[in-house]
Ligand binder design. Structure first.
Ligand code: ZN
Length: 132
């Protein structure tokens, strides 16, 4: 059973989903984990209150990058309120393998970037509305 999850993690690591950046993200947040050297940036595009596009970039260990890739798949189409309810346990369930204390910061770095972004710590100001 574990092997399937490990393969899935490696697959997300080697072929990250929704990889890249958004030109005009509603929310953008970069976080890093100095313990492991992981870096992640998550961009969200919110229209109305629905997340209509999401991208991430980063580098680091397989756990950190795979969890970000999996998280972006979860986020697409959700409302901001729904995204706020994503918990640490949800991320660990997505990864599906036991994560030791050392790797926990790697696993949860994507969630940290998401929450810090959504809660508006670094909202990108953009008053131009000439698109759409
Ligand atoms: Zn790591």
């Amino acid at each position: 059973m574990d092997d399937l999850y490990r393969e899935n993690i490696l697959d997300h690591y080697k072929h990250p989903r929704n990889y890249g950046t958004l030109e005009r993200p509603t929310y953008s947040r970069e976080e890093h984990n100095p313990l492991c050297g992981d870096r992640l940036r998550i961009d969200l595009l919110v229209e109305g209150d629905v997340i209509t596009d999401v991208r991430f970039t980063g580098r680091g260990c397989a756990i950190s990058q795979a969890s970000a890739s999996m998280l972006t798949e979860e986020l697409l189409g959700k409302t901001v309120d729904e995204a706020k309810t994503i918990s640490k346990q949800d991320i660990l369930d997505l990864l599906g393998i036991p994560i030791g204390p050392v790797r926990l910061k790697c696993a949860l770095l994507s969630l940290k970037a998401l929450k810090a972004g959504i809660y508006g710590l670094d909202i990108i100001e953009d008053d131009e509305d000439d698109e759409l």
